[in-house]
Design a protein around this ligand. Structure first.
Ligand SMILES: C[S@@+](CC[C@H](N)C(=O)[O-])C[C@H]1O[C@@H](n2cnc3c(N)ncnc32)[C@H](O)[C@@H]1O
Length: 348
């Protein structure tokens, strides 16, 4: 198979990241913007020994789950991968991807997977976006990350955020990166982005600690989104965040020690009864997992924005813990991102 060749294939799955997966002469073929069960004509764009990458030329037999994308730049803009799939299919695909990551990467075969929590609104949910300006264009990076795609309005962002985008475009900036946010959320640094799922996510994490007590250690606490709610359950909480801009804005909460610092360094110093983490995409540093295994808190709850690093870290944690439940949450409809909340209990 050579770059530029056209072939017809059947798509049998959608992989984490969003590409449809097919097969041709024994080789795996990845094709963005396709759906499981479809027959498609594709053009090879890169050929490696192990797999081929291709672009969609024509859908020959569409999936019943295929739907009309809402955005004019869908397929060019790197922000969304699933606007061509209906809501039910997006949820099905994401659940299957979490199951597959737990099994393939984590070696975890019997983990109870709760039904995925859908977003009450699959559009207009983002309370913040980051856009870029260069060469007279204001928008998002393209799917190949090489060019900026001009974006006048983003259908997954809220009306208020789209208003900010319009103001920015009127100012016609020469260049730079701009974080556009709804009023009322932290002006800089991390903030949970789906405005319709904030309470449900907080409830899920709170429920994960049902029956837990004593001393909670929370790593990667941001501006205290979960901490504030959890404090009522524990006698004492240490909550750690690296970003000084976020820790400067945490609320005053009785029994909570807020620490600006590194989650691993601070974890070395304490012996908690329960642990909560919500790390960036890269997941937990190996040292953090080692410390967890050594300190043996009774309950460990892991909020993750990448099923692959979640599965890797749960595997590293080893047999000292039982994964009681993993709940996927569709925080980012239309995109390939998946949030998960994993609840682990000390074994024995
Ligand atoms: C996914 S966010 C979660 C924030 C918070 N749980 C929330 O819901 O708002 C991850 C956070 O980890 C912080 N972070 C990154 N590296 C860190 C480190 N080494 N130690 C502590 N915090 C870190 C980031 O600044 C970010 O606020």
């Amino acid at each position: 198979m050579r770059v530029g060749d056209e072939i017809e294939i059947e798509i049998h799955d959608v992989a984490f990241g969003g590409d449809g997966v097919g097969r041709h002469s024994g080789q795996i073929v990845f094709v963005p913007f396709t759906a499981a069960g479809e027959r498609v004509r594709v053009r090879i764009v890169s050929a490696r020994k192990q797999f081929l990458r291709a672009e969609l030329v024509a859908v020959l037999a569409p999936s019943p789950a295929r739907t009309e994308p809402r955005c004019a730049v869908f397929g060019r803009c790197g922000g969304c991968q699933y606007q061509h799939l209906d809501a039910a299919e997006q949820l099905r695909v994401k659940s299957a991807q979490v199951r597959s990551a737990l099994e393939r990467i984590g070696g975890l075969r019997d983990v109870p997977l709760a039904p995925i929590v859908p977003s009450p609104e699959p559009w207009g949910y983002r309370n913040r976006i980051t856009v870029h300006a260069a060469g007279g264009v204001v928008g998002f990076w393209s799917t190949d990350r090489h060019t900026l795609v001009d974006v006048a309005t983003c259908p997954i962002a809220s009306e208020a955020v789209n208003g900010e985008l319009q103001h920015l475009r009127e100012r016609a900036p020469d260049g730079g990166h701009f974080s556009l946010r709804e009023p009322g959320i932290v002006p800089a640094g991390f903030h949970q982005a789906n405005r319709f799922l904030l309470e449900a996510l907080r409830d899920l994490v709170d429920d994960a600690f049902a029956g837990a007590a004593g001393f909670l250690y929370e790593g990667y606490c941001g501006s205290g989104f979960f901490t504030e709610r959890l404090a009522a359950r524990f006698e004492r909480v240490t909550a750690v965040e690296l970003d000084a801009r976020l820790i400067a804005r945490v609320p005053r909460v009785e029994r909570v020690d807020w620490v600006q610092g590194d989650a691993v360094v601070e974890f070395e110093r304490c012996k908690p009864d329960a642990v909560l983490v919500d790390p960036p995409r890269e997941g937990l540093p190996p040292r953090f997992v080692e410390l967890l295994a050594a300190k043996t808190p009774a309950r460990f709850v892991y909020v993750s924005c990448d099923p692959a690093t979640l599965a890797r870290d749960l595997k590293r944690l080893g047999a000292g813990y039982r994964v009681k439940r993993v709940t996927p949450v569709d925080l980012f409809p239309q995109t390939a991102h998946i949030e998960c909340v994993a609840v682990c209990e000390r074994a024995g």
